[in-house]
Ligand binder design. Structure first.
Ligand code: SF4
Length: 704
C-alpha cells in the first residue's frame, strides 16, 4: 500500500481495550515501523508483543480489493445499489424489523455512529447489535443498574496508585498486557498486592500474591461474603452510603443468604478458608483497592449479577472514583466503549440514551429522522436465532464473523443461508463461512488506513489515523454506510464528507437538550475544527461545552445518574451454573484468549513472530481428568458439546481445576482444521444483558 506520510503518525493500537498509543512510520514499501507513543497516557510508550508486531500485519496479500456481487467483481456503484435495494426490499415486504446490522467493537466510533443512525432513525428498527454483546454487555447492564448510566468511574492511574489490585475473571497479563505492566510496576515500586480470582491458574494468577481458584460461576458468592464482612467489621463508609446510595439493607440481607458464613462461602467457592480470610482481610484493610473485572465475569449467564456484586462492595466501602480506588471494567475490544457511546447495542439509542419515549423523541428531532425505532431491537444471540427462524430477511455484517465467533457457530453458519440478502463489509478474502453466503461483498479499509476515533477502557477518546492508502478499491466502513443511506433516500442525513463531520454531529448530540443529567457529554468537541480533530490529543469524557480538560474520575462525591443522584445496591440472584455438567457432558468448558492472538486471527495470524507463542490450538486438562478420559499430554482429543465438536492438542496441567477444561477461541478452519471453539458454545445468555455464557459449557472429551 502507498504511504500517506513520511514521518511518524500518531495512532492507536488495533487490538485490546487498553487503547495504547502507537507511532507508525511508513517504510515506503507498504509496511511501517511501529513504536509505543510515550505521550499517550494509556501506555506511556509501552506496547505488548501484539502491538509491537502490528507492522508485520500490514501486507495486503489476502485482502479484498474489489466489491463483488455473488462472487463476481463489480463496481462500487452497483454494489452499493444492490445493498440499498436488498435492505429496502426486505423492509418494504416484511417490515423494518426484517432488516438487521451486525457490527464489531473494532469499528471506529464514526462507523458505529452512522450505522446506528441509519438503522434506528431511517430504516426504523433497532436490530443493530455488535460482537461487543459477546464482550462486555453485562458490564453495561451492571453499570446502568447501579449507577444509572454506563460509566467506568476510574482511570488507569488508579492502577498505579492502588495498594491492592483484585483481578476477577481476567488474565490481565495476556489480555491487557500493558495494564498488567503498570500493575507490576506498582508492585515493584510501592508494594501493591495483587489477588487473582480465576478458576484457572493463568499466568496472571500464577504471579499474584494470592490466587483464589474459585469454582466456575461462584465469584458472586465471594463478593456477597465480602459485602457482609464490610458491614460487620466496620468498613462501611456510612456517610457515602447515606448520602449517595440506596438499597444497602436489602443487598446485605441478600448477601447474608448467599454467603452466610466463611465456611459456607469457602465450600461453595471451592477455595481454602485461610485464603478466603486473607482476601477478605486485605480488601477490608486496604482503602486504595481497585477491583478489575473482565470476560470471566461478563461472559456468564449471571454476568450482570456478578458485575453488581462487585459494584456493591465498592459502593458500600465508598471506594469508588477516588485515587487508587474503584471498580474497573477492562474492555476486551479496542472500541467497545466508543460503540456504547453511539448506541451500538440493540437496547440503546445514541449518546447513552435509551428507548424512553422522550429520548426517542429527542434523538428523532436531532436527526430529523422519519422513522425512529420505538423500542429495543434483538440482541446478538436472539438476532441470529431470528435469522435461523427466517424472520430476518436482510443482514449487513461489518468487521466481524458471526459464523466463527457466535455461540453455536455451526448453526449460525447454516442460518446465514436462510437470508434473502447478506451484505458483508470485510478486509480479508478468507473468512470462514461468511463470504460464501454473502450476496454482496464490500472491501473495507483496515487499521492503518482508517481515520476516526476509539474510546478505551478508561473513557479516553483517541484518534486512529491513517498512514497507508487502502489496497485496490477498499473504502472505509463509514463511507459505505453513508452511501447506502443516501441511496435509501436520506442524502441530507448522510451527507458526511469525512469522519470529522460525523464526530462533530456525535458530539453535538451528546450535548443536545442535556441539562447535565446525561453524563456522556462531549459537547466541548461539538464545534471542533477539522484541524483540531486531526490533532486531537487523547481525552477522557465527560468533556461538556466550556470544559478545558477531560474527567479522570467520577462518583467519588456521588453524582450518580439515577434521577435522585444516588447509586443503587443490587440484589444478585444466588450464584449457580445455567447448565450443569452431567451424563454425556461431564466437564465444564471455559473459553478465552491466548497472549499473542486476537479474535479469529485475521490480523495477528499474519505475523510469524506472534504464531510462535502458541502455534496450534489446544485444550488444557487437569491430570486427574487426563487419567479419567485416557488423554496424554501432547496427544489429540475430540472436545464436543451438543452443538459441535473440535479436535485439539491436549495440554495436561495442574493449572486447571478438576472437572474443567479450557480452549482458546482464535483458530478456524482457515487456520487449523476443526478447531473452531465457537461451534461448541451453547446459546445460553444472561437474562439482563443478553450476553452469552461462554465460560461454563457442559462438554465431553475423548482421545482422537
Ligand atoms: Fe495493543 Fe492492548 Fe497490547 Fe496495548 S496492551 S499494545 S492496546 S494489544
Amino acid at each position: 500500500a502507498a504511504p500517506l506520510a513520511q514521518a511518524g503518525v500518531r495512532t492507536t493500537c488495533a487490538y485490546c481495550g487498553v487503547g495504547c498509543g502507537v507511532i507508525a512510520t511508513p517504510d515506503g514499501a507498504g509496511g511501517a515501523a511501529i513504536a509505543g507513543d510515550a505521550a499517550h497516557p494509556a501506555n506511556r510508550g509501552r506496547l505488548c508483543v501484539k502491538g509491537a508486531a502490528l507492522g508485520e500485519t500490514l501486507a495486503t496479500e489476502g485482502r479484498l480489493h474489489y466489491p463483488a456481487i455473488h462472487g463476481v467483481r463489480t463496481t462500487w456503484n452497483r454494489a452499493l445499489d444492490a445493498v440499498a435495494e436488498g435492505l429496502r426490499r426486505a423492509s418494504e415486504q416484511h417490515g423494518p424489523d426484517a432488516v438487521a446490522f451486525y457490527l464489531s467493537g473494532q469499528l471506529l466510533t464514526e462507523d458505529y455512529y452512522v450505522a446506528n443512525k441509519l438503522m434506528k432513525g431511517f430504516i426504523g428498527s433497532a436490530n443493530v447489535d455488535t460482537n461487543s454483546r459477546l464482550c462486555m454487555a453485562s458490564t453495561v447492564a451492571g453499570h446502568k443498574r447501579a449507577f444509572g448510566a454506563d460509566i467506568v468511574p476510574n482511570c488507569y492511574e488508579d492502577l498505579d496508585e492502588a495498594d491492592l489490585v483484585v483481578l476477577v475473571g481476567s488474565n490481565t497479563a495476556w489480555c491487557h498486557p500493558v495494564l498488567f505492566q503498570r500493575i507490576e510496576q506498582a508492585r515493584a515500586g510501592r508494594g501493591c498486592r495483587v489477588v487473582a480470582i480465576d478458576p484457572r491458574r493463568t499466568v496472571t494468577a500464577g504471579s499474584a500474591d494470592l490466587h483464589l481458584a474459585v469454582a466456575p460461576g461462584m465469584d458472586g458468592v465471594l463478593f456477597a461474603r465480602l459485602l457482609v464482612e464490610i458491614a460487620e467489621r466496620g468498613a462501611l463508609d456510612r456517610d457515602f452510603v447515606a448520602r449517595h446510595t440506596a438499597g444497602l439493607d436489602e443487598a446485605l440481607g441478600n448477601a447474608r443468604r448467599i454467603a452466610p458464613d466463611r465456611a459456607a462461602t469457602a465450600a461453595r467457592c471451592g477455595v481454602g478458608e485461610a485464603d478466603l480470610a486473607l482476601f477478605l482481610d486485605w480488601w477490608i484493610a486496604t482503602p486504595r483497592v481497585v477491583t478489575c473485572f473482565s470476560q470471566g465475569v461478563n461472559q456468564s449467564a449471571q454476568g450482570t449479577d456478578k458485575v453488581n456484586a462487585i459494584l456493591n462492595v465498592h459502593l458500600a466501602a465508598g471506594r469508588i472514583g477516588r485515587p487508587g480506588s474503584g471498580p474497573f471494567s477492562l474492555t476486551g475490544q479496542p472500541n467497545a466503549m466508543g460503540g456504547r457511546e453511539v448506541g451500538g447495542l440493540a437496547n440503546q439509542l445514541a449518546a447513552h440514551m435509551g428507548f424512553a419515549p422522550e429520548e426517542v423523541d429527542r434523538v428523532g428531532r436531532f436527526w430529523q429522522a422519519p422513522r425512529m425505532a420505538q423500542g429495543e431491537g434483538l440482541k446478538a444471540v436472539a438476532l441470529f436465532e431470528a435469522v435461523e427462524r427466517g424472520e430476518i430477511k436482510a443482514l449487513w455484517v461489518l468487521c466481524t464473523n458471526p459464523a466463527a465467533s457466535l455461540p453455536r457457530a455451526d448453526a449460525m453458519r447454516s442460518a446465514l443461508k436462510k437470508l434473502d440478502f447478506l451484505a458483508v463489509s470485510e478486509i480479508s478474502a478468507h473468512v470462514d463461512g461468511l463470504l460464501d453466503a454473502a450476496t454482496v461483498v464490500l472491501p473495507a479499509a483496515a487499521w492503518g488506513e482508517k481515520d476516526g476515533t476509539v474510546t478505551n477502557s478508561e473513557r479516553r477518546i483517541s484518534r486512529q489515523r491513517p498512514f497507508l492508502a487502502p489496497p485496490g478499491e477498499a473504502r472505509p466502513d463509514w463511507w459505505q454506510i453513508c452511501e447506502v443511506g443516501k441511496r435509501l433516500g436520506h442524502r441530507h442525513a448522510f451527507d458526511f464528507r469525512k469522519p470529522a463531520d460525523i464526530f462533530r454531529e456525535h458530539a453535538a448530540l451528546s450535548a443536545f437538550e442535556n441539562d447535565g443529567t446525561r453524563l456522556f457529554d462531549i459537547g466541548g468537541l461539538a464545534e471542533i475544527s477539522d484541524e483540531a480533530y486531526d490533532d486531537l490529543a487523547p481525552v477522557q469524557w465527560p468533556l461538556p461545552k466550556g470544559a478545558i480538560a477531560g474527567t479522570p474520575r467520577l462518583f467519588g462525591q456521588g453524582g450518580f445518574a439515577h434521577a435522585d443522584g444516588k447509586a443503587r445496591f443490587v440484589c444478585p440472584a444466588t450464584p449457580s451454573l445455567a447448565a450443569q455438567p452431567a451424563g454425556d457432558y461431564p466437564l465444564i468448558l471455559n473459553t478465552g484468549r491466548v497472549r499473542d492472538q486476537w479474535h479469529t486471527m485475521s490480523r495477528t495470524g499474519l505475523s510469524p513472530g506472534l504464531a510462535r507463542h502458541c502455534p496450534a490450538p489446544f485444550v488444557e486438562v487437569h491430570p486427574e481428568d487426563a487419567g479419567r478420559f485416557g488423554l496424554a499430554d501432547g496427544g489429540f482429543a475430540v472436545v464436543s458439546t451438543p452443538h459441535g465438536r473440535v479436535e485439539l492438542r491436549v495440554v495436561v496441567t495442574a493449572g486447571q481445576r478438576p472437572g474443567s477444561i479450557f480452549a482458546p477461541i482464535h483458530w478456524t478452519e482457515a487456520t487449523a482444521g476443526r478447531a473452531r471453539v465457537g461451534a461448541l458454545v451453547h446459546g445460553v445468555v444472561d437474562p439482563v444483558s443478553g450476553q452469552p455464557d461462554s465460560k461454563a459449557v457442559p462438554a465431553a472429551i475423548r482421545p482422537w
